[in-house]
Design a binder for this molecule. Structure first.
Ligand SMILES: Nc1nc2c(ncn2[C@@H]2O[C@H](COP(=O)(O)OP(=O)(O)OP(=O)(O)O)[C@@H](O)[C@H]2O)c(=O)[nH]1
Ligand SMILES: [Mg+2]
Ligand SMILES: [Zn+2]
Length: 357
């Protein structure tokens, strides 16, 4: 039997934004000695191919940055949906991302009609082992995200819409607050911002006393603006969610109490009315606190939603150097699901009404 010739595909590297043609044949696999080895699918025996593709990578040919690889799944389905987290150092980005990853791993996107699969199982398991399991199972806070010249994505999963059967990788980018703040000096570090599908602005209620708000919000937005419509002044089309994280610290204060105590709507869908009611409450709460400046993204983006979330459900105990009790995220998936809905990635059966205002 003859093998069909490998099919070339155009691929966008999510890490460096380099577009290249992958020959559909050469893949990299991690060898037993810990080094990557290249191999050709067409030279492998037919029966071995699927096995070889599992956990394999494609090497990005961009030589301007350190050698890096993307999971093969990024080239096989719909283009990746890239989510960037924006917020100053200590805002809670890594905790929020890790708790979302934990909830996704627990199959909690199923209620919105999204089934999870692996976009490189081995790398995903590494992320769970390093950050998510310590947080959920041992109450350990993640270390501060390191500053690097070349940021690679933190975690990725493959999602499938249950009814329409669309398959796409969901890629989550975490980055040190410092790099976002001074993005002009570290343009390479925040390169991914120019390719984001949606942004999640992480609002830290511990910092409402800062009269100028979060120093990363403005730079992230202007970086995007230059990438998308240089010199333009209109609202940006990229969907954005504003997540007031650490809301457990505000859980007795109205109107936060209502959203922290209420479980997310028991209806198995994203309800536009509920999302709107919550957005309105967050907006009013921030204004009431004199934290209007944190609402900047609402004016800069065409469609935003606002959320109260808690990555951990409990405060960190500095004496014990652990979270005070078992970590239980609250409503962390809602900002994510909301931007996915705005991007058109939820099946109609799982969203009611309009999302994003
Ligand atoms: N009470 C409470 N504290 C939180 C929550 N999320 C994060 N924290 C606290 O905030 C600290 C910083 O959170 P990180 O997620 O590491 O912050 P970051 O935005 O990633 O910071 P950089 O990596 O330095 O940019 C954690 O160590 C916790 O002490 C939350 O949901 N509730
Ligand atoms: Mg971090
Ligand atoms: Zn690349």
């Amino acid at each position: 039997m003859t093998t069909p010739p490998p099919r070339e595909r155009q691929v966008l590297c999510v890490n460096c934004l380099y577009q290249f043609i992958w020959n559909g044949d050469t893949i990299s696999r991690l060898g037993e000695n810990g080094d990557f080895e290249d191999l050709s699918l067409s030279e492998a025996h037919f029966s071995q191919r699927a096995f070889l593709m599992k956990d394999s990578f494609i090497e990005c040919p961009n030589t301007d940055v350190p050698t890096h690889r993307i999971p093969i799944e990024f080239a096989l389905y719909e283009p990746p949906v890239i989510i960037g987290f924006v917020g100053d150092t200590h805002a809670g980005k890594t905790c929020l991302l890790a708790s979302m990853a934990g909830e996704i791993e627990g199959n909690k996107l199923r209620q919105y009609g999204l089934l999870k699969g692996a976009a490189n199982e081995a790398r995903h398991q590494d992320y769970l082992r390093q950050l998510v399991r310590p947080l959920f199972e041992e109450r350990v806070a993640p270390p501060r995200t390191g500053i690097t010249d070349f940021v690679q994505y933190a975690d990725a999963v493959l999602l499938r819409t249950v009814n329409s059967n669309r398959i796409f990788p969901l890629v989550l980018f975490d980055i040190a607050g410092e790099s976002l703040r001074g993005y002009q000096e570290s343009a390479t570090a925040v390169r991914f911002l120019n390719a984001v599908s949606a942004l999640i602005f992480v609002v830290d209620p511990d910092r409402f006393d800062r009269p100028m708000g979060d120093p990363t919000f403005g730079p992230a937005t202007s970086s995007l603006r230059w990438a998308i419509e240089p010199g333009g002044g209109s609202r940006l089309q990229v969907p954005a969610a504003l997540a007031v994280t650490k809301s457990d610290l505000l859980r007795f204060e109205p109107p936060v109490d209502r959203w922290m105590i209420d479980p997310p709507s028991s209806a198995r869908l994203l309800d536009g009315e509920q999302v709107y009611a919550q957005s309105r409450d967050v907006y009013a709460f921030l204004r009431d606190r004199g934290a209007d400046v944190w609402l900047e993204p609402v004016d800069a983006y065409e469609r935003t939603t606002l959320h109260f979330v808690s990555a951990t459900g409990v405060a960190f105990d500095p004496k014990e150097k652990l979270f005070a009790r078992q970590v239980r995220p609250r409503r962390v998936l809602e900002p994510l699901v909301s931007v996915l809905a705005m991007k058109g990635f939820l099946d109609a059966e799982f969203v009611r009404g309009r999302i994003g205002y």
